[in-house]
Design a protein around this ligand. Structure first.
Ligand code: NAP
Length: 482
């Protein structure tokens, strides 16, 4: 029996009020484990989007003038409420997104941590005072909030992709309009109600759910009052949003797609490498921009690595994520499963050997089994396309130069992983990898205290760490002739 949906708001949150969309329009939210409709949420129109923008603009001046400690305390309170209500939110998230409860809980711990981190950062925003080189003047720099922001988030981490934008914006004194993915709007609405409870003044955060995504977002992006656009999602959509944001010369942050290489050198500790591979591949059912997409393994250890990885992958339990013992839930929608299946079929047709998985199961829900493929060639589509599912393709290399060249042979540059027991090799290879993040002997790099972000077609800007709040601050310089 499917668990029942926890109580959560389903209306738009604009200017501190919950309200229906224009003409009462709604959009359905489905459970990917069953295909059943869970509930309906408000389906915002262009006018609703404009109202959210108006509310963010109206709240900006007062919010920027609110003492940093007060802004931080609201984030801290929200962190505590989210943490206390983890079980309720985990169920909500699992029902709308499909990931197993333990993955939802892990995302909640990670996502809430951005609020705690930025609660602490809000009181550390500072400028500097220095003497000009010629001694004649003084240079004063101050940090000020950028202003109203638009935040567009994806479905794969419905909480954390929001909190790592909302946290620093609140801390910096910016107001915002947030648009969650249409597939997973409930988590963001739940979060808005928590921030309201934590004392966030009306208008600082406005949440718009809509199925008319481009039509509602574009006028906001082109609104001259908007000062910043921050987006997490596909590179394809990111490119078009960068174009739209050129009109207003917006501050822009883009967290886009990935094609992470996972390098295993011949001197790697294979126990660590397989443990790391399970995390890098199976966190979030492989539906992560940081998911290991290409396993590049030294030819002398590839068979052993593949055998052990297939053994671990085939032992995972697949099913409706609300079951406590489930390791792997369904993919988020039919289209996503079709894409994963097509990539595997293409690899098979080009000679890949299936070590485990590789077949779409029958029955309801968008399930795909944990799969390991070996003996792949770079002609397979899987070499260059983001899989976003539980499939681990293994390629081989002969030396470090080839490993680095293979790792960098992609338009993306978000994260790479490398496994070796030789520290010099680890650092020399890390320096040569064209990615914004590198995991050495570890399969997860995400950490609220670290700057998350990519290079190349994976985007620009950083979320988390000391860098995260800078994205929401302008630096103003005042020259003083004394
Ligand atoms: P997506 O299709 O690009 O959607 C992301 C968000 O953009 C959703 O809210 C979506 O709304 C919205 N959107 C779609 N078309 C739009 C348009 N024309 N104008 C304005 N907004 C638009 O990506 P996705 O499939 O949800 O997410 C998966 C992608 O996100 C993957 O490529 C993954 O690598 C990337 N990702 C990157 C990071 C990172 O930090 N680098 C983290 C997580 C995910 P609708 O839902 O209404 O379509």
């Amino acid at each position: 029996m499917t668990a029942s949906l926890p109580t959560t708001p389903t209306q738009l949150y604009i200017g501190g009020s919950w309200r229906d969309a224009e003409e009462g329009a709604t959009l359905a939210v489905e459970n990917p484990a069953t295909g059943d409709v869970l509930t309906h949420v408000a389906d915002a129109s262009v006018a609703d989007g404009r109202a959210a923008m108006d509310a963010a603009v109206a709240a900006q001046a007062d919010w920027a003038a609110t003492p940093p400690r007060d802004r931080g305390e609201i984030l801290r309170k929200a962190f505590e409420i989210i943490t206390e209500r983890t079980d309720e939110l985990a169920l909500l998230m699992t029902l709308e997104m499909g990931k197993p409860l333990k993955e939802s809980k892990a995302e909640i711990a990670y996502g809430a941590e951005f609020f705690r981190w930025f609660a602490e950062e809000s009181v550390r925003i500072a400028g500097r005072y220095s003497v000009a080189p010629n001694g004649a003047t003084r240079l004063l720099t101050m940090k000020q909030p950028v202003g109203p922001c638009l935040m567009i988030t994806p479905w794969n981490f419905p909480l954390a992709m929001g909190t790592r934008k909302i946290g620093p914006a609140i801390a910096a004194g910016c107001t915002m309009v947030v648009k969650p993915a249409s597939l997973t709007p409930l988590t963001m609405l739940w979060l808005a109600s928590v921030l309201e409870e934590a004392g966030l003044p009306g208008g600082v955060l406005n949440v718009v759910t809509t199925s008319h995504t481009g039509d509602v977002m574009e006028p906001i992006i082109r609104d001259p009052r908007l000062r910043k656009l921050t987006f997490t999602g596909s590179t394809e959509v990111g490119r078009s949003l960068i174009e739209q944001s050129a009109e207003g010369v917006l501050r822009v942050s883009m967290e886009l797609g990935g094609n992470a290489p996972f390098l295993v050198f011949e001197d790697a500790d294979l126990d660590k490498a397989v443990d790391g591979a399970m995390l890098a591949k199976m966190r979030n059912i492989g539906e992560a921009c940081t998911a290991a997409n290409r396993f590049l393994v030294h030819e002398t250890v590839a068979d052993e690595f593949g055998r052990r990885l297939a053994e671990r992958m085939s032992s995972l339990s697949v099913g409706d994520g609300t079951g406590e013992s489930i390791d792997v839930g369904p993919l988020v929608e039919e289209k996503q499963r079709d894409k994963v299946s097509e990539l595997v079929e293409d690899a098979k047709a080009k000679g890949a050997q299936v070590l485990t998985g590789g077949e779409v199961p029958g029955g309801a829900g968008w399930f795909y089994p944990p799969t390991v493929l070996a003996e792949l060639t770079r002609e397979s589509k899987i070499w260059s396309e983001e899989i976003f599912g539980p499939v681990a393709p293994i390629f081989t290399f002969t030396d470090d130069d080839e490993a680095v060249a293979m790792a960098n042979d992609t338009e993306y540059g978000l994260v790479s992983y490398l496994f070796t027991e030789n520290l010099s090799r680890a650092m020399l290879v890390a320096e040569r990898l064209e990615t914004g993040m590198v995991g050495v002997n570890q399969g997860v790099v995400s950490n609220p205290a670290a700057p998350f972000g990519g290079m190349k077609a994976s985007g620009f800007g950083r979320e988390g760490g000391d860098e995260g709040i800078e994205e929401y601050l302008e630096t103003k310089y005042v020259g003083l002739a004394l």
